[in-house]
Design a protein around this ligand. Structure first.
Ligand SMILES: [Zn+2]
Length: 220
């Protein structure tokens, strides 16, 4: 990860650790934000139903040109209390575009998400996590990265995805997954069972850190 620009780390995790006794496994009232990128897609409803059955919420960073095809799934995400984020129009790497083109890309996606769901996202996640100061300034939205990368897109393995989350889970974590893979959708129910049994509460990014000012953020 580049250090050419400032990387702001929100310190809520330390606060939560203090409130919960400060030990790694003291997970009572310990919030964690599951995030799902690259949808909506054919497995999004499976993810949403698993969340709803557990009374859990998550954040979905959606791709603009998929909204019409999977409009029902996108609406289901919203109707069940989950948060939406912007993940660009067609998953282009924004740092390969001019700042103006990147801003246009994100704005077009905002309009697409709003047209289908009625919700205009307050946060975005740059594809591949690739961003820079010019993109941040041009886009003008908080850029939400992650603290646990499951690499579900590479393994396409349900058990590997489950293990990645449950072995790395910590208070205040932001977990990166992708709801366009059936292997990930199948992992969500067992992940939720495990985390809830350990006292974690699965919340949206909004509930974890609010809407931070513009800049790059991830969460420990
Ligand atoms: Zn992505």
């Amino acid at each position: 990860m580049s250090n050419k620009f400032s990387l702001l780390m929100v310190s809520i995790a330390a606060t939560v650790a203090t409130l919960t006794g400060g030990t790694a496994n003291a997970t009572e009232n310990c919030p964690i934000a599951l995030t799902f990128d690259d949808g909506p897609g054919p497995y999004t409803n499976q993810v949403v139903d698993a969340l709803a059955a557990h009374g859990a919420r998550a954040t979905f960073f959606m791709v603009g040109n998929r909204m019409q095809t999977y409009s029902g799934a996108a609406q289901h995400v919203v109707a069940t209390g989950n948060q939406l984020g912007n993940h660009s129009w067609q998953h282009d790497q924004l740092t390969l575009k001019s700042a103006q083109a990147a801003a246009d890309d994100i704005n077009r996606t905002q309009a697409s998400i709003a047209a289908v769901t009625g919700v205009t996202p307050l946060i975005m996640r740059p594809p591949y996590g690739e961003t820079n100061n010019a993109i941040v300034a041009a886009v003008g939205m908080p850029e939400i990265l992650w603290s646990i990368d499951t690499r579900d897109w590479a393994t396409h393995n349900t058990q590997s995805t489950i293990n990645s989350v449950i072995s790395n889970a910590h208070c205040g974590a932001i977990v990166l997954m992708h709801d366009i893979h059936s292997s990930t959708a199948a992992a969500v129910w067992p992940i939720l069972d495990n985390l809830q049994s350990r006292g974690f509460s699965m919340v949206t990014v909004q509930d974890l850190i609010g809407t931070p000012p513009t800049g790059r953020y991830y969460h420990q």
